[in-house]
Ligand binder design. Structure first.
Ligand code: HEM
Length: 177
C-alpha cells in the first residue's frame, strides 16, 4: 500500500532529525557555534510521533506496514552521520524536510486526503497551533544561527540542498514504484 510506504520512509528520515546533534562534549553547546537542543528541539514541527499514529491507523485499515528499505535507511544513516560532524549540512536537511513537508507537503496532504482517504485528516498534517507561525519562528532562529556562519559555511549549507532533493527523489521513486 503506497500510503503506508510513504509514511514509513518519512518516519525513518525524520527520526534522526528529531535526535539532538551529537556534541563532542556533553553539555557543551558551543561546539558547533550554536546549541541545537536549545534552538531547534521542540519547535512544534516534530512529526515522528504523528507519523507513528498514522502508521497505526493504516494498520487498523488492514494495510501491512512494509519493512524499511534502502532509500529510507540510506537517508536516515546519512543524516545521522551529518549530525556528528557537519552542522551546516545537517541544518540544510532540517530546513528542507520540515519546511518542505509543512508547506508544500501540507498542500499535497490535503489533495491526498480528498482523493484517496475519503477526507481522513492524517496526524502528520496536524500541528499544535498555527503552522505558519511555527515555521516563521523556526525561520527566524535559522537566520539568527546562520548570521554567525562564514560565507563558506553558508555556501556549504546551501550546496547541501542538492543532496536533500536527491535523497527525497529516491524516496519518491520508491513510493511511485
Ligand atoms: C512533488 C514534489 C513537490 C511539490 C509539488 C512541492 C510543492 C511545494 C509548494 C506548493 C510549496 C509552497 C507552499 C507555500 O508557499 O505555502 C513548497 C514549499 C517548499 N518545498 Fe516543496 N514541493 C515538492 C518537493 C519538495 C522537495 C523534494 C523538497 C526538499 C527536499 C521541497 C522543499 C520545499 C521547501 C523547503 C519549501 C518551503 C520554502 C519556504 O517557504 O521557506 N519540496 N513546495
Amino acid at each position: 500500500m503506497h500510503d503506508a510506504h510513504h509514511t514509513i520512509h518519512y518516519t525513518l528520515m525524520i527520526c534522526p532529525l528529531e535526535m539532538p546533534l551529537e556534541k563532542k562534549e556533553k553539555g557543551d553547546c558551543d561546539v558547533f557555534g550554536f546549541c541545537f537542543d536549545a534552538e531547534f528541539r521542540n519547535t512544534g514541527l516534530e512529526r515522528a510521533e504523528s507519523l507513528a499514529k498514522d502508521l497505526e491507523w493504516f494498520k487498523e485499515q488492514g494495510h501491512s506496514i512494509p519493512e524499511p528499505s534502502f532509500p529510507g535507511l540510506n537517508y536516515s544513516a546519512y543524516i545521522e552521520d551529518l549530525s556528528k560532524k557537519d552542522p551546516q549540512a545537517f541544518i540544510s536537511h532540517f530546513y528542507n524536510t520540515y519546511f518542505g513537508h509543512s508547506a508544500g507537503g501540507w498542500m499535497i496532504g490535503q489533495k491526498v486526503a480528498q482523493t484517496v482517504l475519503n477526507g481522513k485528516k492524517l496526524e502528520f498534517y496536524k500541528w499544535d497551533g498555527d503552522v505558519s507561525q511555527l515555521l516563521q519562528s523556526v525561520r527566524d532562529k535559522l537566520n539568527r544561527v546562520a548570521e554567525n556562519w562564514t560565507r563558506e559555511e553558508k555556501n556549504h549549507c546551501l550546496e547541501e540542498t542538492e543532496k536533500s532533493f536527491k535523497f527525497s527523489r529516491e524516496i519518491l521513486r520508491l513510493i511511485l514504484s
